[in-house]
Design a binder for this molecule. Structure first.
Ligand code: MSP
Length: 470
């Protein structure tokens, strides 16, 4: 059986889940479910990033030990994903001692490769990003992604990793069309330009952050949280026996702000430890909320629960995926979501299913000559390219809009129940909907199962509308 290992970033636990995290997780779920539907053995991994300065600080503010704080928040992520019907196979927490053990082992390998030396870091650090930032990345002396006070000046003794040593090899990998591991193409160009502009070595440990994994060869320091976090993708394949042959990952899905970590630092770490490299990374852009960055201070953060309360589980999944920000940032907002929900789900798909069920109740309709599986090529390609919006657009246009138009054209409700024209148009609609359900199942699993049930061998009535109008 073909194997497919897909991951999301592991989310920082200083915050509770929001629509940004949801975007990546729902997308990974859709891709994972689609691969399962194609008959592959899928391993879908998500989890939480629990060490580091930022988590330690939040825990202290809450008056909890870092571990107690993590134990309190991690389930919030797991529950959020469960309530969105996310089919993850494992939820990794970086405070899992089995993960910590693998991190120490891999870092020891990096040390043994001679890629580590002691030095002094003097410069800026953004606690929000958990990142050593260069002056050129600062805007008005602070990291533009986080509130100004989160950029701190640091002077600390660190162990450094010889990232620069691996730059020529990584440039070759990026330029090689066969590897082509950075998607989409715009991100590949961005990384290449940065690599060619010159790269400094990076800190691999922290001197004064005690909330982390002790460095195996110098217990007075802890592993810098990014070296710990990236290793989650690999560690899980080492400590879960049944997942041991899933490394290297087929696809890391991530947001644009962590591109460099996933396409350069991660590769260099693995090269240094002599481990296979992940096959693909896809870096998406960001949701903006009504034209603005989403932030607590602006009070415009949308939680997954808010979506579920209004649009239901499948409605939320649809809206998230439909507005997936691939190459460019994409604007979303509650009002826009409502309009899209009503237009696509309540008035279009939902209404079609209810009309067909009502008009065709009791009819037995044979499957079409061509199965949806045989018609999967376009959809499959769009999913591979993470063009989720287009993939869904294809399904709607080809199967759903077409059926609604045909119904309006033929107006079967005006015809006798036995009129061949009425049977013909209903047959066409039922088969279109069966196809649509096949393709939309990774996106709206529950709804599609229900559609398959009412439009099975014999058409059954729908007990309530699939998507009540809002
Ligand atoms: N802990 C690190 C990742 C370590 S992975 C080895 C981290 N965590 S995070 O909690 O900040 O999550 C960042 C990720 O959340 C982004 O890369 C992206 O996947 C998702 N998003 C956060 N905000 C987002 C939007 N506004 N829009 C879309 N996705 C966004 O970074």
């Amino acid at each position: 059986m073909k194997k497919f290992f897909i991951t999301t970033p592991i989310y920082y636990i200083n915050d509770v889940p929001h629509i940004g995290h949801t975007c990546t997780t729902v997308t990974a779920d859709i891709v994972g479910r689609w691969h399962r539907q194609l008959g592959e053995e899928v391993f879908f991994l998500t989890g939480t990033d629990e060490h580091g300065q930022k988590v330690a600080e939040v825990a202290e503010k809450e008056g909890l030990s870092p571990k107690d704080y993590c134990d309190k928040i991690a389930p919030r992520f797991e529950e959020a994903w469960k309530s969105l019907d996310i089919s993850f196979d494992f939820f990794i927490r970086t405070t899992d001692p089995r993960h910590e053990k693998v991190v120490a082992e891999v870092l020891q390998k990096i040390f043994n490769s001679g890629d580590v030396y002691k030095g002094k870091y003097e410069g800026y650090y953004c606690v929000g990003c958990e990142k050593f930032v260069t002056e050129s990345e600062l805007v008005d002396k602070h990291c533009p992604l986080h509130p100004p006070e989160q950029t701190e000046f640091k002077s600390e003794e660190n162990w450094f990793f010889k990232l620069s040593k691996y730059v020529p090899e990584i440039i070759k990998l990026v330029e090689d069309d066969k590897t082509n591991y950075i998607l989409p193409a715009g991100k590949r160009a961005e990384v290449l330009a940065k690599l060619k502009a010159g790269v400094n070595d990076v800190s691999l440990s922290r001197e004064k952050v005690s909330w982390g994994i002790p460095l195996p060869w110098d217990k007075s320091q802890t592993v810098y949280v990014w070296f710990d976090a990236l290793l989650n993708y690999y560690s899980v394949t080492q400590f879960i026996e049944s997942k041991s042959d899933f490394w290297p990952a087929n696809l890391h899905l991530l947001g644009k702000e962590i591109l460099w970590f996933h396409t350069v630092i991660w590769q260099a770490m693995l090269l240094s430890a002599d481990l296979p490299l992940p096959l693909k990374t896809f870096t998406h852009s960001f949701y903006m909320i009504d034209g603005q960055k989403m932030s607590k201070s602006l009070g415009n953060v949308i939680s997954p629960q808010q979506l579920i309360d209004l649009f239901g589980v499948d409605g939320s999944r649809y809206l998230i995926a439909r507005s997936f920000p691939g190459e460019n940032d994409g604007d979303v907002g509650m009002e826009r979501f409502k309009e899209k929900y009503n237009a696509d789900l309540a008035n279009n798909l939902g209404n079609l299913v209810s009309r067909v069920c009502k008009l065709g109740e009791g009819l037995r309709i044979q499957n079409p000559s061509k199965s949806p599986f045989e018609e999967r090529e376009t959809f499959s390609k769009l999913i591979d390219e993470l063009k989720l919006g287009e993939a869904m657009g294809w399904v709607f246009e080809k199967f759903i809009d077409k059926s609604n138009n045909r119904l309006n054209e033929v107006a079967p409700w005006k015809l006798e129940a036995t009129d061949p024209k009425r049977i013909e148009v209903l047959t066409e609609c039922v088969n279109n909907l069966r196809h649509a359900a096949f393709f939309l199942k990774p996106i709206m699993p529950e709804t599609c199962r229900l559609v398959e049930k009412v439009l099975g061998e014999e058409i059954k009535p729908l007990e309530k509308p699939l998507f009540p109008r809002i």
